[in-house]
Write a protein that binds this ligand. Structure first.
Ligand code: NAP
Length: 256
């Protein structure tokens, strides 16, 4: 039995991904808040039931996933009594969260996870630390598992997720430009997203060259790709990424 404390956006995505996967969990017990999300999940997936309260989730589960927001996490988790050896996972953003290890005793915080909403469609990465085998087996049906070597690394990878909105912004600007230049917006969108999907698929292959090398291969001397890469670099496009992510990381570390 997998129990979830904090039935919000990411919990709903993960539960739906798991329950619609080829290896669905036998039973999932979700906490009653948010009531609407919990009811929807229970209605949609036969193996999901809604517990009476957070403690009932812990009492009725072997694995417990903590998925409340950081602002309330200490109060919510601190009020729970865990079973000896109970396996606990935390999807809570790792902002000054060292207290969790003690708060779940005599249970054990087995791993901190970083799932993303596309797990609902069983797509995308799920990073986790430490790289526990049971955790990997649990998560494999819903995405690309990325075991990490340290909590620091998890925080650095968490920082990368803040590029999502800008990525869509980049796509949107390119497609809008095409539309302003009289391309059919739907055709431009299909072409752009399919192109990016293909490039990501190629870059994700285990034997693929590093991204910097792929970038070099994609441009010929004096060619149009080289022109755009040079032009965008001159406008500060690439140099802005490092300092921008530094600022996010400082914020995640509670220093910003
Ligand atoms: N969203 C993401 O992409 C993502 C990715 C990775 C990790 N995370 C982490 O996952 C956690 C949840 O994020 P989220 O985006 O899913 O937020 P969310 O949608 O706000 O979910 C949090 C849930 O916790 C519920 N809750 C509030 N107080 C509670 C309590 N006392 N007992 C039980 N449940 C309570 C909320 O209910 P109400 O709606 O009734 O307040 C809500 O359903 C955060 O720590 C976040 O950092 C999120």
């Amino acid at each position: 039995m997998l129990g979830i404390v904090g039935t919000g956006r990411i919990a709903a995505a993960l539960v739906t991904g798991l329950c619609t996967s080829e290896r669905p969990p036998a039973k999932v017990l979700v906490s009653p808040r948010n009531a609407e999300t919990a009811a929807k999940l229970a209605k949609r997936h036969a193996m999901v039931s809604v517990a009476a309260d957070n403690q009932a989730v812990v009492d009725g589960s072997e694995w417990v996933l903590l998925a409340v927001r950081p602002q309330v996490a200490r109060e919510v988790v601190g009020a729970l009594r865990f079973k000896p050896g109970q396996k606990v996972l935390s999807a809570i953003a790792p902002i000054a969260d060292e207290w969790i290890d003690d708060a779940v005793k005599p249970g054990k915080l087995v791993a901190r996870l970083l799932p993303l909403p596309p797990v609902e469609q069983r797509l995308g990465p799920i990073a986790f630390f430490p790289g526990d085998r049971d955790v990997e087996a649990l998560l494999k049906p819903v995405g690309t598992t990325v075991p990490l070597g340290s909590k620091h690394e998890l925080l650095v990878i968490w920082t990368l997720t803040t590029l999502i909105a800008s990525y869509y912004g980049f796509v949107s600007h390119a497609v809008d430009w095409a539309a302003r230049n009289d391309a059919d917006p739907q055709a431009a969108r299909t072409y752009m997203t399919s192109m990016l999907h293909a490039l990501s698929t190629i870059a994700a292959a285990p034997a693929a060259a590093p991204p910097a090398e792929l970038a070099q291969h994609a441009q010929t001397k004096g060619g149009l790709n080289e022109q755009v890469a040079r032009d965008l670099a001159a406008k500060g496009w690439f140099d802005a990424i490092g300092p921008t992510l530094d600022a996010v990381r400082r914020r995640l570390e509670g220093r910003g």
